[in-house]
Design a protein around this ligand. Structure first.
Ligand SMILES: [Cu+2]
Length: 138
């Protein structure tokens, strides 16, 4: 079985680059380091806990940002967003096909969505429309 695990140090750095270390990201990284052939959540690959993870972080220029801004997964996989920022944000599909609560989530709350079909799914924050990102489902 092909194993694409990066050295733990690289994976750790990738997690740190994804923003502040939070419980979800830390758990995903720790799990990937010890038991899984999956790549880091910062790469375009699944992690075991929720297949893939996006963090919603503070960004000085746009109030908030999705990291990574572009994520590639396979059909049937689940993405978990963790709202690290103190300000509330949403994950809202541009086509309206999915959304986290419109009032916004923050304080490390999480939202998950499973992408059943292939396609490119653009989404944004309903509170801050300049916050944009994409999930590519292959
Ligand atoms: Cu927002």
């Amino acid at each position: 079985m092909p194993i694409h695990a990066a050295p733990p140090r690289l994976r750790w750095r990738a997690c740190l680059a994804g923003g502040f270390v939070i419980v979800a990201a830390l758990g995903a990284c720790t799990k990937a380091t010890t038991t899984s052939p999956s790549q880091s959540p910062a790469a375009s690959s699944p992690v075991p806990a929720a297949d893939a993870a996006v963090t919603v972080v503070t960004d000085p220029s746009t109030i908030g940002a999705f990291m990574p801004a572009s994520l590639s997964i396979k059909a049937g996989q689940t993405v978990q967003w963790t709202f690290q920022d103190a300000n509330p944000h949403t994950v809202t599909a541009d086509d309206g096909s999915f959304s986290s609560p419109q009032s916004g989530l923050n304080g490390n709350a999480t939202y998950r969505h499973t992408f059943a079909t292939a396609g490119t799914f653009a989404y944004h924050c309903a509170i801050h429309p300049q916050m944009k990102a994409t999930v590519v489902v292959q």
